[in-house]
Design a protein. Structure first.
Length: 361
């Protein structure tokens, strides 16, 4: 479900023309959003539930315009066997209830009518179709809300999958689904990055603003968006983390020049922010842009053996092929030294053949 939703959002973000294929995907998405949690609930009712659970599930299936006939479901869901089991179990339940009612009617007169309890001021959430409790629903929605506030697209996707699987109400999920669709479009991400860049210019930017900028820029990079803008965002997060850590410690506590000491003194959330800001090599300020980097240099023989390593997309990945130029911006006088250093490492690690005396040297 989420993959189709993301693909449609990406297509709209690229302003692709409407087509029959996109219309069909829209119809399949709507059907899957209804049928997937119902099928999950049917499996749970048959495997772990009681008669009432199965009866409620079948009632919900019929309420959605479906039945226990496989022809009313999407063929890819392969519901033939589970529908057959449900029909058999339903027949058995109805027979048992009929027999029980007949026995009770003979032994006991009908009870006197009871007075309904007074309604409470606030009604708790009902169990979902899969049996998820109200408190569990609230916890899931709270996690989804936090992920949305931080623009964590991957976390939102996983939580929405979980919520859809349990059949949580569409009205509860629609704002988050809309945001996730927007996070699949480059214009929305670029706009958010630029707004957050202004927000983190403060002397002590908030951790929330830095986290959001980091998440949005990562998502923009995943979509292969503006490379210069993502790099600017990564540098802004690093500088913002530095200023934030230093502003939270007086110069009398730790030397301002020793950032590692500042990280040692911060709490868990601050430490995670700093780790995420500095662990990505692609955010190194002097790294050359992948689009303009010359890639790996190789002879024809090496190219035949290691063609998969010669692509520029493997800029920061392991390669047995010598680089054509340095990875970082250097003076021209040091370019060949950097390439030679890379070649020496390949020889020493045994990734390229060399005589033992050459490898040791």
């Amino acid at each position: 479900v989420m993959e189709i939703d993301k693909a449609l959002a990406r297509a709209r973000g690229l302003e692709l023309p409407e087509s029959d294929a996109m219309a069909e995907l829209e119809r399949r998405l709507a059907a899957l959003q209804v049928q997937t949690p119902l099928l999950e609930a049917l499996h749970l009712s048959l495997d772990f539930g009681k008669g009432d659970s199965l009866t409620d599930t079948i009632a919900e299936i019929e309420k959605q315009g479906l039945s226990l006939s496989a022809s009313s479901w999407l063929p890819e869901l392969a519901v033939e066997s589970v529908c057959r089991r449900a029909q058999e179990q339903q027949t058995k339940i109805l027979e048992e209830r009929s027999a029980q009612k007949a026995s009770v009617a003979e032994e006991h007169p009908p009870p006197a009518p009871s007075i309904a309890p007074a309604p409470t001021m606030q009604r708790p959430r009902r169990l979902t179709i899969t049996g998820l409790s109200g408190s569990a629903q609230e916890q899931l929605l709270a996690s989804l809300h936090k992920a949305a506030e931080d623009y964590e697209a991957e976390a939102m996707e996983q939580l929405l999958k979980e919520a859809l699987r349990h059949g949580i109400g569409e009205s509860d999920l629609e704002p988050y689904r809309l945001l996730l669709r927007q996070l699949q479009t480059e214009p929305f991400l670029s706009e958010k990055v630029q707004a957050l860049l202004r927000e983190v210019e403060a002397d002590c930017p908030s951790r929330h603003a830095l986290q959001r900028l980091q998440n949005v820029s990562h998502q923009l990079r995943r979509l292969q968006g503006d490379e210069e803008l993502t790099r600017e965002a990564a540098h802004a997060v690093q500088e913002g983390a530095r200023r934030r850590l230093r502003s939270r410690h007086s110069s009398a506590d730790v030397p301002r020049r020793r950032l590692s000491v500042l990280f040692d003194a911060c709490d868990g959330d601050e430490l995670r922010l700093g780790e995420e800001a500095f662990r990505d090599l692609r955010a190194f300020s002097k790294l050359k842009q992948q689009s303009s980097w010359r890639g790996h240099r190789s002879s024809q023989l090496i190219r035949l053996d290691f063609s998969r390593y010669s692509d520029k997309e493997n800029m920061l990945g392991h390669s047995k092929v010598t680089i054509a130029e340095s990875l970082t911006h250097l003076p021209n006088s040091r370019e060949q030294t950097a390439v030679q250093n890379f070649r020496n490492i390949l020889f020493w690690m045994g990734d390229r053949p060399a005589q033992e005396c050459q490898r040791i040297a």
